[in-house]
Design a protein around this ligand. Structure first.
Ligand code: NIG
Ligand code: FE
Length: 416
């Protein structure tokens, strides 16, 4: 049993300590963990109720459900043509400048109804759960009008109400400036600050606000206005930072004590220290760096050494990471970013929960926390990162209910 118990987030050396119980037993009642310990202690101290469900891990590995703290779930339309174009030399930027990229997904998402989008989200929540993810953050950002951004967030809420996976919604109205607003960027930034953010916050449709700082997206000055408005509306702050070029976005996130700065492929040493000092987590997305064949890797080791809270996410989206398997991300985090398996697992569970402000209730197996856990068909935690390309998750428990059994969804997956 990989417990990951102890102080959260896990920093520096603690990141590599998975706190494993070699012969562990976990017990829950009414969805909350009431025992985590070894077998002998379990036999002395725990009496099962007559209606208790007993799961035998059969020599497998029990760990917390994955927490995926950065995805772009509610989109319509895929972009497989761009994948092929990139293989013959087109770049992400050249595709975007021809109207592809994010703007192509915006067109498809605007055409989709709220019901269609929530159906797509439901399918994706099923897939996430089958791969061991029990909590996911999900961003809008493919609507880029007040109504289409709120439509994406409402679709998320509607799907979340009919699914076991916990969904933490984020407004990403500041993803790019939509094509029709290019002549008046300032009006679009005002729309985000004065209408989208207050509406999403007032209607309880978002917990965080994110902004993409990039040459093709928003400037530091624009991002600052957006973060100020988000803070004033009571939303938590996230920043897509230093993905395509260095530009000071991580330092901006640190200055705002944002919950996280995400991507960080071009992060410099000073900004790594600034994140650590500010308590702004570094959410690393090696799936996106891999999928874009980027030669730039986020400096994961330097972030750990600087004392930053390092978390991992898929960045699931149609352009830069059309994959939702956290197992694949663990593998890439080790092979590309130099984390060891235990560090990657902590980054995808307890530290990811910390990013979302949920470390008190999920992310580790400790008494009093939610019984969100998975059984992987591997003999120890190292295999989770070592055996790439296959789904190791056999069984998933969400709030004490078995939602995946022998690799299949149960009826409980469709409810809270
Ligand atoms: O996180 N960086 C910006 N946004 C997404 C990509 C979105 C897309 O290409 O559709 C990301 O990588
Ligand atoms: Fe992203």
């Amino acid at each position: 049993v990989v417990t990951l118990r102890g102080a959260a987030p896990r920093l520096r050396d603690a990141l590599a300590d998975p706190a494993v119980l070699p012969s562990g037993v976990v017990a829950a009642r009414d969805g909350i963990l009431v025992f985590v310990g070894d077998r002998q202690e379990f036999e002395r101290r725990v009496t099962l109720l007559p209606r208790a469900i007993v799961l035998d891990a059969r020599g497998g590995t029990v760990l917390p459900g994955f927490v995926d703290p950065h995805t772009h779930l509610p989109f319509a339309g895929w972009r497989e043509g761009e994948f092929v174009a990139r293989l013959s030399g087109a770049t992400y930027e050249s595709i975007a400048s021809r109207g592809g990229g994010i703007r192509a997904t915006v067109q498809a998402t605007r055409r989709a109804t709220e019901d269609e989008l929530s159906g797509l989200v439901l399918e994706r929540l099923d897939a996430l759960l089958l791969h061991g993810t029990t909590t996911v953050e999900a961003k809008s950002g493919y609507g880029l009008t007040l109504e289409d951004e709120l439509k994406q967030l409402r679709a998320l809420r509607a799907a979340a109400e009919r699914h076991a996976v916990t969904v933490v919604p984020t407004l990403l109205g500041a993803h790019v400036v939509p094509a029709e607003a290019r002549e008046d960027r300032d009006a679009y930034v005002r729309l985000v600050c004065e209408e989208m953010i207050p509406a999403a916050a007032r209607q309880g449709l978002a917990r965080f606000c994110d902004v993409f700082v990039d040459a093709g997206a928003f400037t530091l000055a624009e991002a600052e206005r957006i973060l100020l408005a988000a803070r004033a509306s009571g939303l938590g702050l996230r920043v897509h930072a230093e993905q395509r070029q260095a530009g000071g976005a991580a330092s901006l996130a640190a200055r705002f004590h944002a919950a996280s700065a995400d991507h960080l492929e071009h992060l410099d040493q000073d900004a790594a220290l600034a994140l650590a000092r500010a308590g702004t987590a570094a959410v690393l997305l090696p799936g996106a760096a891999f999928f874009l064949s980027s030669p730039h890797d986020a400096p994961a080791r330097r972030l750990v050494e600087a004392g930053a809270a390092v978390a991992l996410a898929t960045d699931f989206n149609p352009g830069t990471c059309p994959a939702f398997a956290m197992g694949t991300i663990l593998n890439l985090a080790c092979l590309r970013y130099g984390l060891v398996p235990a560090e990657a697992i902590a980054a995808a569970t307890i530290n990811a929960a910390h990013v979302l402000g949920l470390a008190a209730t999920i992310g580790s197996l400790e008494i009093g926390k939610q019984a969100d856990l998975q059984i992987a068909a591997v003999p120890n935690h190292l295999h989770l990162a070592y055996r790439f390309g296959s789904n190791q998750t056999l069984t998933v428990v969400k709030r004490g209910r078995v939602v995946v059994e022998n690799g299949r969804l149960t009826p409980a997956a469709a409810g809270k």
